[in-house]
Unconditional design. Structure first.
Length: 566
């Protein structure tokens, strides 16, 4: 007999959690992960699963008790268990087959010897040394930042393929970029758990690899033999044949959008395992609404994911919860011929981000013109040198350098508002995003450490990132970590616009088309190349005085780029 104390696991620092149900009794045989008790805090209920299999020898708690992490729940006997009823049935069957009514019970018993020695034999050391078994390793989707449910656009391997470390396994595509997932180890593909067209999140299984074969140790062989013996001697529990299975707890917690806040629904009739029930509670899903696709209607984790996906992609039929009136549906076909065309994923993502920013950020936009006559003259004088370097130098590198200097001079613009709304997070680096217009929509790659790079380095990097954006080869890292954004309409046109702040940044600079205007130099009007600038900012973090000083400094630097050397 081997007695193990089962204690309350880590419950997130919660103390004094009430016991609302004890799921087992003394003498019960419990399996691994079988629910032992149900605890309820002031906000949720939770099941405590058994970390091991065994027989309950004593229960140390009662309904209504309050428990904390480390408190003893019960004692388990983890030794091998023989089911007396099953043994007697087998013995009776053996006696009937022998057709010997006079044969004693003691003579019949050897026919059903349950001793370990006759079931398994331990191989000799020489046999152990020569035994090998393949090692299987599961390869999962790595951390992708905040990206979830990313489309799988290509599966690069098939079952049976040999892959080397670093070989691409799958290609994922987010709303703004695509990325390849390399293999962390070498091996042979034995199974694929993901298909082209599916969606993936961090931690999801991609495939299983058979690694280099390793020798089986004597300890592993002995452990396998013991496991076999225990499986023979342990009672066999048959799978229920009904379509419902009583849940180990009486209620699931779901998050309700009504004024009641939280709501308990009876889920006793739901056929699902503890892990699935736990996942449903964690995500706030009423499991009684989910249709099971497992054996005999059992609800599996994929059913929860499918239900959530359908709910998220369903077309809303009621007024938005934000209270904003919904735009009515109009049949435009009644006025003439129409054509429906779906928005690209990038376009949809941009629309959602801009809408969220516009609703959450109090925008203010200030306008000014920068005299870049001298800058343009200097830029054109660099044309020959630019050709030798193999780069095209545009006004954008100078704008980047000038904005970096302005951000250092006005650190409020190089900050983000903390989620608590009470603090500013000042960044000690200067990363600037540049909005790039692509056939599929707007993307914003980020140039890092702009203040530490030369004009030539910035010119080369803007061209490289713009090309990657147009080729849809930007990675998630290429579009994260920005402090400030420049949206330049360049030669497209316009005298000004109000760009929307790219949250969590607090400001964005809009650049319109250069034009020649008369400028008073103190004695006469002279033609000057004026660049219209539009500075939009989050009025929670920045006030009008801050914005005025930022634009004044920026226009002064652009008018005389020698100031960048000061």
């Amino acid at each position: 007999m081997s007695i193990e104390l089962i204690k309350v696991p880590d419950i997130g620092g919660t103390e004094g959690v009430e016991v609302i149900e004890i799921c087992v009794a003394v003498g019960d045989q419990v399996e691994l992960e079988q629910s032992l008790v149900v605890l309820e805090s002031d906000k949720a209920s939770m099941e405590v699963p058994s970390p091991i299999a065994g027989t309950v020898t004593s229960i140390k708690i009662s309904d209504g008790d309050e428990l904390s992490e480390g408190d003893v729940i019960l004692e388990l006997d983890t030794g091998p268990v023989l089911d007396d009823v099953d043994i007697d049935a087998v013995r009776s069957e053996v006696l009937l087959e022998s057709e010997s009514e006079s044969e004693s019970e003691s003579e019949a018993e050897p026919a059903i010897d349950f001793s370990i020695s006759e079931k398994t034999t331990t191989p000799s050391p020489s046999a152990v040394d020569q035994s090998f078994e393949p090692k299987i390793e599961m390869i999962s989707v790595p951390d992708m930042g905040d990206a979830e449910n990313v489309d799988v656009i290509e599966v690069c391997v098939n079952i049976g393929d040999e892959v080397a470390e670093g070989d691409s396994l799958i290609v994922l595509e987010t709303d703004k970029a695509s990325m390849e997932v390399p293999s962390p180890v070498a091996g042979k593909v034995v199974s694929l758990a993901i298909q082209e067209g599916a969606t993936a999140s961090a931690g999801m299984e991609i495939l299983q690899l058979e690694l280099a074969k390793t020798p089986i140790t004597a300890t592993e062989v002995e452990s396998s033999a013991n496991s076999l013996d225990e499986s023979v001697e342990a009672p066999v529990k048959s799978e229920p044949i009904t379509t419902t299975q009583p849940a180990p707890m009486s209620a699931d917690v779901i998050v309700n959008s009504s004024s009641s806040g939280e709501k308990f629904l009876n889920s006793d009739s739901v056929y699902a395992g503890p892990a699935v029930r736990r996942l449903a509670r964690e995500i706030g899903l009423d499991i009684t609404l989910v249709e099971g696709t497992g054996p005999r209607g059992r609800i599996v984790k994929d059913d929860l994911k499918l239900y959530i996906k359908k709910a998220l992609t369903a077309t809303p039929t009621t007024t938005a919860t934000s209270g904003i009136p919904r735009i009515p549906d109009i049949d435009f076909g009644q006025f003439g011929d129409v054509k429906l065309e779906s928005l690209s994923k990038i376009h949809r993502a941009t629309a959602q981000n801009m809408h969220r920013s516009w609703l959450n950020v109090p925008h203010v936009t200030q306008f000014d013109d920068a005299d870049i006559s001298d800058l343009e003259e200097f830029r054109k004088s660099l044309k020959a040198e630019a050709e030798q370097r193999g780069v095209k130098i545009t006004p954008l590198p100078f704008l980047l350098k000038a904005c970096a200097a302005a951000l250092r001079e006005n650190p409020k613009f190089n900050a983000s508002l903390h989620t608590d709304g009470q603090q500013l997070v000042y960044k000690q680096y200067v990363n600037i995003g540049i909005a790039v217009d692509t056939p599929l929509g707007l993307v914003v790659p980020v140039i890092r450490d702009v203040d530490k790079k030369s004009i030539w380095e910035l010119a080369a990097e803007t061209i490289r990132l713009a090309q990657k954006a147009k080729d849809r080869k930007l990675k998630i890292d290429d579009m994260q970590g920005g402090c400030f954004t420049i949206s330049s309409l360049g030669s497209i046109g316009g005298q000004g616009f109000t760009p929307i702040v790219n949250t969590p940044e607090v400001a964005i600079l809009g650049v319109s088309k250069l034009s020649v205007k008369p400028l008073w130099n103190g004695s006469e009007f002279v033609p000057a190349k004026m660049l219209p600038l539009s500075l939009s900012y989050d009025h929670r973090a920045i006030n009008g005085g801050d914005a005025g000083r930022f634009l004044t400094y920026l226009t002064a630097v652009l008018a005389d780029i020698r100031r960048l050397a000061l």
